[in-house]
Design a protein around this ligand. Structure first.
Ligand code: PRP
Ligand code: ZN
Length: 303
């Protein structure tokens, strides 16, 4: 990174300097905060966590982590206060800001759902006509109501939405459901799903090339961490005559490694197997004559 000036496509003059750091916004506290920090740490980025201070510069990578309310992250990224943000897609869709979706992260999966009191009978979405619904997602909820030709009053509240029906504030709620335990403890029942969501990375639309370069490095690391968690390393022993069949079951990253065993006519085979295909492949391998199968977690997977 050189000191100097450059012009963006919009003709805006930006100053760059050697100390240019990428500002990453993550959730200060909540469903995503721990896993977002863990992801950055697994990418080898060292920073102190946000207890007390709301910003922390990494010691070994050109980034600064900002600890913010997830509700505010889309706006800050749009304005360029943060360059990129890690947050739930649900929040990105609700806030509808001018930002780019850079990567889906596959964790913090949840849904935005409507829930009613568990003792209420539910005839279908007509339940919501002329009802009052508490939510922190007024935009997505009114979109759903309009699409279904329903008229309801939206009570916008910023947190603890699940308490609303119990205290007589609303007839129903529209909120994030992950394990469902918050609904359960508050005597509510999920009846409609508006959308499903996962953690994503969003980015500012006018980033200078120096920031894009850091983002590319970061995304490369994130993808390596992600594919490692989606795959397992597998070792097994097999008679030589079964090797062709076993290779077709375990294609590996390029092709499996095959090493001779001390016992004549036998080999050891090393490969990689996808986590979601794991059990199915194991059954096929056993049927093909594989023995002594070892399965080992992968820490990083560089493609
Ligand atoms: C959501 C939601 C519930 C909880 C549901 O909060 O508001 O409180 O998660 O999870 P469960 O089904 O596993 O019990 P979130 O962390 O998204 O953030 P918020 O406090 O900003 O609403
Ligand atoms: Zn929040």
């Amino acid at each position: 990174m050189q000191t100097g000036f450059f012009l963006t496509t919009a003709g805006v003059r930006h100053k760059t300097n050697k100390m240019n750091k990428l500002k990453i916004a993550i959730q200060k506290s909540g469903r995503l905060s721990e896993s977002s920090q863990k992801l950055l740490q697994e990418c080898g980025i060292r920073f102190s966590n946000g207890t007390g201070s709301l910003r922390s510069a990494a010691t070994n990578f050109p980034v600064e982590v900002l600890f913010l309310r997830d509700d505010d992250i889309p706006q800050y990224v749009e304005q360029g206060v943060a360059d990129i943000g890690i947050l739930g897609e649900n929040m990105v869709l609700e806030k509808n800001k001018d930002v780019d979706l850079l990567e889906r992260l596959g964790f913090a999966r949840c849904r935005l759902s409507l829930a009613v009191k568990k003792e209420d009978s539910y005839p279908g979405i007509s339940f919501f006509n002329n009802s009052k619904i508490a939510t922190s997602y007024p935009r997505l909820l009114s979109e759903f109501l309009n699409k279904n030709g329903l008229k309801a009053e939206i009570e916008e509240i910023s947190g603890s939405v699940e308490i609303a029906p119990g205290i007589g504030l609303a007839d129903a709620i529209c909120d994030i459901v992950s394990s469902g335990s918050t609904l359960l403890t508050n005597g509510l029942r999920e009846v409609e799903t508006l959308l499903t969501s996962e953690a994503v990375i969003i980015g500012n639309r006018n980033l200078p090339p120096s920031s894009k370069e850091i983002i590319e490095k970061l995304l490369f690391r994130i993808r390596s961490v992600k594919s490692a968690s989606e795959n397992k390393y597998i070792l097994l022993n097999a008679p030589e005559k079964s090797i062709d069949r076993i290779c077709s079951i375990l294609p590996g990253m390029k092709s499996p490694t095959i090493l001779p065993l001390a016992e004549k006519g036998w080999c050891s085979l090393h490969s990689v197997v996808r986590e979601d295909e794991f059990w199915e492949r194991i059954d096929q391998l056993k049927a093909a004559g594989a023995e002594g199968i070892l399965v080992i977690p992968i820490e990083k997977m560089i493609r």
